[in-house]
Design a protein around this ligand. Structure first.
Ligand SMILES: NC(=O)c1ccc[n+]([C@@H]2O[C@H](COP(=O)([O-])OP(=O)(O)OC[C@H]3O[C@@H](n4cnc5c(N)ncnc54)[C@H](O)[C@@H]3O)[C@@H](O)[C@H]2O)c1
Length: 340
């Protein structure tokens, strides 16, 4: 089994990727400092897989500690780097923490990987790198615009750092940058899913917590955008579909099939849905009526964005499989598990 180091592997997307990696025949190794996740996630993964996944409680920005993981786990074939802070709104409040953690952890990783001859990297980027695009849908060739938040800027900077490091003489790093759109939903087993600590920043956990009576009401941030119903448009991708994109990306790197030292792919469904679409689809899929109000716009939110997903389909052979309704139903099933 080829060993893949998964930083942030206890997080929302990372935990689903760990499951898919193992089921695809890889040996995942998790590195996480649990700054935005709980150890109970590890039990969920173990319960799905029937085996425990080796896990290190380490901060990726701590070079000595990260080096210790590479020493303890020889022959790592590649790294998937999920570890980062991810809340757009929070990044506006705490920009320095976002630069320190997101850029700092990447720099440390890039310094340590070559010491151990590890050359393959899949990096968690984001559609936030496009800023407010001129045209939709966005392709990988769509020029990036100034990011709307410090979070988005950390992803732009990380992409540029990876390009620069890859371009240096004698550098052997090969990277696939995956620009995720909006992951939602949970594993079919409802043993892992999104586990926001405190008040959720993302729409779907807020919806499910409201439906479950944990939150009194959902606030929709603005209905005066230039979209069909005035609410934000996003491209919602089921988290297991997204996790599977990492398997094809890792395989492509290990097979030396990449055309360039850094390749970039959008990972989305190719469909844009408004917030109100999501609310209504959730109500139908769950049979729950949602209490929601319209509030002011939220700083850092771009009006509308969705993917042109053609490149991932043509080059990686990757296509999403799960509908919005099924994705939301899986999120609701997971929420009900949490209530018990
Ligand atoms: N969820 C989204 O909407 C979304 C969209 C686009 C991109 N992304 C990116 O995908 C990645 C994973 O996102 P997620 O939704 O799973 O987030 P998450 O917060 O659930 O998972 C991130 C994990 O990384 C860990 N972590 C954070 N900083 C760390 C550090 N310095 N050292 C070790 N562990 C650390 C956290 O404890 C957490 O378990 C992030 O890079 C995020 O920016 C997420």
């Amino acid at each position: 089994m080829k060993k893949i180091l998964v930083t942030g592997g206890a997080g929302y997307i990372g935990s689903h990727a760990v499951v898919e990696l193992y089921q695809a025949g890889y040996q995942p190794v998790i590195v996480d400092n649990f700054s935005n996740s709980e150890e109970s996630v590890l039990a969920g993964i173990e319960s799905i897989l029937g085996v425990a996944v080796p896990t290190y409680r380490v901060d990726c920005a701590d070079e000595a500690a990260l080096r210790g993981v590479f020493e303890a786990e020889p022959n790592i074939a590649g790294v998937i780097h999920f570890a980062a802070f991810k809340a757009v709104g929070e990044s506006v409040q705490k920009p320095l923490a976002y630069f320190q953690n997101n850029v700092g952890s990447l720099l440390t990783l890039l310094a340590v990987m070559p010491e151990f001859g590890v050359e393959n990297l899949v990096f968690s980027s984001s559609c936030t790198v496009y800023g407010i695009p001129d045209a939709l849908p966005v392709t990988e060739a769509t020029p990036t615009k100034p990011a709307s938040s410090p979070y988005g800027r950390t992803k732009q900077m990380c992409e540029e750092i990876i390009h620069d490091v890859s371009g240096a003489p004698d550098n052997k790093l090969r990277t696939i940058l995956l620009r995720y759109f909006n992951p939602i939903g949970a594993h079919d087993s409802a043993k892992i899913g999104e586990l926001p600590l405190g008040v959720p920043n993302n729409l779907v956990p807020f919806i499910t917590q409201t439906a479950a009576g944990i939150r009194e009401k959902l606030t929709i941030f603005g209905n005066d955008y230039d979209t069909p119903d005035g609410t934000n448009i996003r491209d919602y991708i089921h988290v297991v579909d997204l996790a599977k994109a990492h398997i094809v990306a890792v395989q492509r790197l290990l097979d030396h099939k990449a055309d360039e030292t850094v390749e970039t792919f959008n990972v989305g469904t190719g469909n844009g849905n408004t917030v109100l679409d999501v609310v209504q689809t959730f109500e139908k899929a769950s049979g729950q009526k949602l209490n929601y109000v319209i509030g002011p716009r939220r700083p850092g939110d771009v009006p509308a964005i969705y993917a042109d997903a053609t490149k991932a389909e043509q080059v990686l052979g990757f296509k999403t499989e799960t509908s919005l309704a099924d994705s939301l139903a899986s999120a609701w099933k997971w929420q009900q598990t949490l209530k018990k």
